[in-house]
Design a protein around this ligand. Structure first.
Ligand SMILES: Cc1cc2nc3c(=O)[nH]c(=O)nc-3n(C[C@H](O)[C@H](O)[C@H](O)COP(=O)(O)OP(=O)(O)OC[C@H]3O[C@@H](n4cnc5c(N)ncnc54)[C@H](O)[C@@H]3O)c2cc1C
Length: 688
């Protein structure tokens, strides 16, 4: 009778089925599931779906690429040398000495010499940097200062004579060095630096001077204790015959010895102070440097982009100070690429600890039933599953950045250089901000035990925090991305070409700028919402709208406020634009990675994770989509429901997904995240 009435009334039938499904779905979020249940559970509107079977080995090998071997050598070396492992409680001075011994051990004992890879094989260089940073973030930064910054400035800003003279000493650590750019009064604004390098034609030397306290070099890594050289950024002053004065040729880099090679005594005219105890990264000896008429040979000018002849004449292949300055800074993006890449590695460690512990930890449960794992709570899934999805997304995006950087180092193609610069600025900023926020979420997700120093969130958070500031403050870098987008936008209307990353704007700016389609704005089916085309279109639509609207606003405000004032009036809008663009690139790279994955089960897992990433990001900015009617209310609701449901599905394979990061226990180290006997290992730590 009942079935008869249902088939007579299809709407009633649909409704009751929908209610039944909804109840089942709600129950799923509350009840711990056996594998048996998971395989049988009816999932979302699409009917029965099995839990995805993740083949860990396949997924892991797809994730890690070709440079795992060198990373394993790093891990094995430190694992075999317990005396080189950083203890939880360590003083600043001990930490600095340990960090130095770790670096020396890596290079001289383990025979892993990263320097040659800085130019020859950056992919390998960043793989070593990532592994070393997992051992101790201070060690990663110390290594980065030595090879990417000090060594990188010699290789990238100098010429053959510099390479010939310094390569071996930098490589084998006989020449530990610093990168002395920042001053007390100027950090982000590098063009405002005040240290001067005045050419003395009589002695054929440069005289390096700190003209006032504001020009003291500040925060210089390796300076307080270990550095013997510094590449010092200073204004090049050349004597002019006509006015008996000096002309300022802009900021250049100079190699300045700061300590005696044999005695390690500070050299005459150089004054070095310790910047002191920091919030984190205390294994790195940051110092402050003042120069009082320090004389260096003319050859110590890193002269790739500008040179001074014996008679004091300046030559450069680049016509203006601004062009030379851009080329100089442009050569230093490697440090930024390294930070973005290493930041994802911190995110992986942190997500692994929080997720493994959340699978283990049980609190409460249905009446008279066993307690449930805290990852079965919808709120815990909401905290951690979109983060896990983002970790995957950022992994593929930064892997792409590293590949592009390596390509750029080989080809020197102008367009690629511009593209990598903007991409590295955007990704460094986006990734490090995201990781910094996530570290706090992970700590909180692990409750009280997340607060024990041994479980690592405190040191990870403190050490990583400054990633948002050094190698370019994130807010400043995002403005470079926005500036670049606007340049591209203007080019488009002049009929010019776009850089590769901006292809999507060239191809479809007009489509994205047209009014949203009121029909598709209401589509809410799962198939549609999980279609990569819908997801990417939505991301790109948002970027295109933001780009066009900010261009209009800037034009309007420039008339009354001038360009600086107009930029400042639109600053938050510009930052949102840059982030939106970077998210479009991240999603695009994730979708490509899913499509390229050869193993079907890994591909299915990645597709699920990618869908969660995309829908979570859309939901995160749903106000923008609703404001312009890109998404109707019913669709917004469907996006929210589906992203919650996908979080639940990802939860079911969360253990396998973090295992695929392939981080051994001696790298994650937190007892609460150990793969066996976690509680026992944790209690042992306090002496039980
Ligand atoms: C641990 C550590 C290690 C370091 N190592 C080195 C090193 O080895 N060598 C070296 O040369 N330097 C080093 N630095 C310096 C570092 O690169 C600078 O701190 C960084 O570039 C930021 O500059 P700043 O500190 O002057 O910040 P500021 O530029 O003063 O920024 C302060 C705030 O103002 C905001 N702001 C600045 N400009 C703008 C703008 N145009 N629009 C909007 N907001 C703006 C920023 O967003 C930020 O919030 C290190 C710093 C630290 C803390």
């Amino acid at each position: 009778m009942e079935s008869q009435s249902k088939s007579d009334n299809p709407t009633a039938e649909n409704e009751s089925q929908a209610i039944a499904r909804r109840i089942q779905r709600l129950a799923l979020h509350l009840t711990p599931l056996s594998d048996h249940h998971l395989r049988l559970c009816p999932c979302s509107s699409g009917g029965n779906k099995a839990k995805i079977e993740v083949k860990k080995a396949e997924l892991s090998s797809y994730m890690r690429g070709n440079d795992r071997e060198i990373q394993e050598r790093v891990f094995e070396y430190f694992n075999s040398r317990p005396e080189l492992q950083t203890p939880i409680e360590i003083s600043k001075d001990e930490h600095r000495e340990l960090c130095w011994r770790q670096l020396v051990g890596l290079v001289t004992e383990a025979g892993i010499k990263p320097f040659r890879y800085v130019i020859e094989d950056p992919v390998k260089y960043f793989a070593i940097l990532e592994a070393v940073g997992s051992v101790d973030m201070s060690l990663g930064i110390k290594m980065g200062v030595q090879y990417s910054l000090w060594g990188g400035s010699v290789l990238n800003l100098g010429t053959k004579k510099h390479r010939d003279k310094y390569f071996d000493g930098i490589d084998n650590l006989d020449y530990p060095g610093c990168f002395a750019m920042t001053e007390l009064h100027h950090g982000s604004n590098v063009q405002g630096l005040q240290t001067v390098a005045t050419f003395d034609p009589i002695t054929d030397e440069f005289i390096i001077n700190t003209p006032n306290d504001g020009a003291i070099k500040w925060w210089i890594g390796n300076a307080a204790v270990h550095g013997k050289f510094a590449s010092v950024f200073a204004r090049l002053m050349l004597p002019t015959h006509e006015k008996k004065g000096y002309s300022d040729m802009g900021v250049h880099a100079f190699i300045v010895p700061i300590r005696d090679l044999k005695t390690h005594q500070t050299l005459p005219g150089v004054e070095i102070h310790d910047c002191g105890h920091k919030v984190g990264l205390n294994g790195v000896d940051n110092g402050a440097l003042r120069f009082r008429s320090v004389r260096i040979p003319r050859d110590n000018l890193l002269n790739r982009f500008g040179d001074v002849s014996r008679d004091g004449k300046y030559t450069s292949s680049l016509p203006t100070i601004n062009k030379r300055f851009a080329a100089t800074l442009g050569e230093l993006v490697g440090g930024r690429v390294g930070l973005a890449y290493s930041s994802v590695s911190v995110l992986k460690v942190s997500a692994t600890i929080a997720i493994r512990y959340s699978l283990l930890r049980q609190q409460f449960g249905p009446p008279k039933k066993p307690e449930v794992s805290i990852l079965d709570y919808q709120s815990q899934q909401h905290k951690l599953m979109p983060m896990l999805a983002s970790t995957y997304a950022l992994h593929f995006a930064t892997a792409h950045l590293v590949e592009k950087y390596a390509e750029m180092k080989k080809s020197h193609d102008e367009q690629l250089i511009g593209d990598v610069h903007a991409l590295s600025a955007g990704l460094k900023s986006y990734v490090t901000s995201y990781t910094a926020k996530s570290l706090s979420v992970c700590r909180e997700a692990c409750g009280g035990h997340g607060y024990a120093a041994v479980n690592r969130f405190g040191s990870l958070r403190n050490d990583h925090d400054i990633f948002q500031t050094f190698e370019g403050d994130n807010t400043v870098l995002l403005q470079q991305v926005a500036g670049d987008l606007l340049k591209q936008y203007k080019e488009k209307f002049r009929g010019g070409t776009f850089a590769v990353t901006w292809n999507y704007l060239r191809e479809s700016m007009n489509t994205y700028l047209s009014q949203p389609n009121p029909v598709t704005a209401r589509w809410e089916g799962e198939e549609h919402l999980r279609d990569p085309k819908f997801q990417l279109d939505a991301f790109r639509y948002r970027t295109s709208r933001l780009l066009q609207s900010v261009a209009v606003r800037l034009r309007k405000h420039t008339k009354t406020l001038g360009s600086f004032g107009a930029w400042n009036r639109c600053l938050n809008h510009l930052l949102t634009l840059a982030e939106s663009h970077i998210e479009s690139v991240i999603l695009e790279k994730f979708i490509e990675a899913v499509q390229k994955c050869p193993d079907p089960s890994s591909r299915a897992a990645l597709k699920l994770v990618c869908d969660l990433y995309a829908l979570d990001r859309i939901w995160n900015d749903i106000g923008t989509y609703r404001n312009v009617d890109y998404v109707a209310p019913n669709k917004a609701k469907a996006i929210h429901k589906l992203s919650e449901y996908l979080s639940f599905q990802v939860r079911n394979i969360a253990g396998e997904l973090v295992d695929a990061f392939d981080l051994p226990d001696h790298v994650t180290r937190a007892p609460i995240a150990m793969q066996s006997e976690a509680y026992a290992q944790y209690t042992q730590h306090v002496g039980f």
